[in-house]
Design a binder for this molecule. Structure first.
Ligand code: CO8
Length: 257
C-alpha cells in the first residue's frame, strides 16, 4: 500500500476530505476512491461532525479515473474488483456532502462531485465527460445523473461530444449550487458548511433522505415518505428547542437529539 492519497481534517463541526494526487490532477485510482469513501463513512459516524466537504486543489477537483490504471482492466477484472460498490457506499452517507470544485472535474471526477449533495464551484471550474474520446463511457453514474438534471437530449449531446461544460452551463442546468471567484471558493464552501452545521442535524438528515426519495419515486410514495419523516421529527428534542426558541424570540441551539 503506497502513501495516503487523501488528507482528512476537521474544522469545528465540518469534516474535510482533500484529494491529494496533485501530480496527476487527482486522477482517481482504486486506492484513492477507497480512501475517500472510508473517510466519508468515518465522518458520517463521527458525532462531532455534521457536514462533510470534499475538495481537490486549485487546478483540479479530479480529472477522472486514473487512465494508466484503467487501461489494464478487463471485463473480468472489473467484475471481480467490483469498483463501483465503493461509489454505492458514498450514496449511503447520511450527512450533507459538499463538493468544492476548482479547475477540472472530468469523467469520474465529475461523477464524484455529482455524488455529493451540493457543489460550490470556482469560476474556472470545468465539468465534462470525455470518456467517449477514450473509447468508453461514464461508468459511475454520469449518464443517469446528467439525464435527470438536464433531460435526455442535452445529456446525450454532452456525453456524446465529451466537451467541457462551463460553470455557467452547469448552473443553468441546476447541477451546481454556487459560483465564486477561484480564491474564494473554499471560504464560500466552508461558510455554507458552517451554516448547514448549525441547522438541526436530525432535520437535515431526514430532509436529505426525503429529497433523495423524490428523485426516483412516484409522487404519492414520496409524499408518504416525507410525511413519516416529518412525524418522526416530533420525537426529537431539537423540534422542541426549535419551536420553543421561536416563541421565546431567541436563537435555537440544536444538539442532534
Ligand atoms: N489519469 C491519469 N493521469 C492523468 C489524468 C487521468 N485521468 N488526467 C491527468 N493526468 C496526468 C497527465 O498524464 C499528466 O501527467 P504527466 O505530467 O506525468 O504527463 C498530469 O496529469 C498533468 O496533466 P496534463 O499535462 O495533461 O495537464 P493539462 O493542463 O494539459 O490538461 C486535462 C489537463 C485536460 C485534465 C488533461 O490531463 C486530460 O484530458 N486528462 C484526462 C481527462 C479524462 O479523459 N478523464 C476521464 C477519464 S475516464 C473516466 O473517468 C471513467 C470514469 C469511470 C468511473 C470512475 C472510476 C474511478
Amino acid at each position: 500500500m503506497s502513501d495516503k492519497q487523501v488528507i482528512a481534517f476537521t474544522e469545528g463541526k465540518v469534516g474535510v476530505i482533500q484529494l491529494n494526487r496533485p501530480r496527476v490532477m487527482n486522477a482517481l485510482n482504486r486506492q484513492m476512491v477507497a480512501e475517500i469513501v472510508d473517510q466519508a463513512e468515518a465522518f458520517d459516524r463521527d458525532e462531532n461532525i455534521r457536514v462533510i466537504i470534499m475538495k481537490g486543489n486549485e487546478k483540479a477537483f479530479a480529472a477522472g479515473a486514473d487512465i494508466e490504471e484503467m487501461m489494464k482492466e478487463t471485463p473480468l477484472s472489473l467484475e471481480m474488483a467490483d469498483p463501483f460498490s465503493s461509489w454505492d457506499r458514498l450514496m449511503l452517507v447520511k450527512k450533507p456532502l459538499i463538493a468544492v470544485v476548482a479547475g477540472f472535474a472530468l469523467g469520474g471526477g465529475f461523477e464524484l462531485a455529482l455524488h455529493c449533495d451540493l457543489i460550490v464551484a470556482a469560476e474556472n471550474a470545468s465539468f465534462g465527460f470525455p470518456e467517449v474520446k477514450l473509447g468508453v463511457m461514464p461508468g459511475a453514474g454520469g449518464t443517469q445523473y446528467l439525464t435527470k438534471a438536464m433531460g435526455r437530449a442535452k445529456a446525450l449531446e454532452w456525453i456524446w461530444l465529451g466537451e467541457p461544460m462551463s460553470v455557467q452551463e452547469a448552473a443553468h442546468y441546476g447541477i451546481i449550487n454556487r459560483i465564486t471567484a477561484p480564491e474564494m471558493v473554499e471560504e464560500e464552501a466552508m461558510r455554507l458548511a458552517v451554516q448547514l452545521s448549525e441547522q438541526a442535524p436530525i432535520s437535515v438528515r431526514l430532509i436529505k433522505e426525503a429529497v433523495n426519495k423524490a428523485v426516483d419515486t412516484p409522487l404519492m410514495e414520496g409524499l408518504y415518505f416525507e410525511r413519516k419523516n416529518f412525524y418522526m421529527l416530533f420525537d426529537s428534542q431539537d423540534q422542541q428547542e426549535g419551536m420553543q426558541s421561536f416563541v421565546e424570540k431567541r436563537r435555537p441551539t440544536f444538539k442532534g437529539e
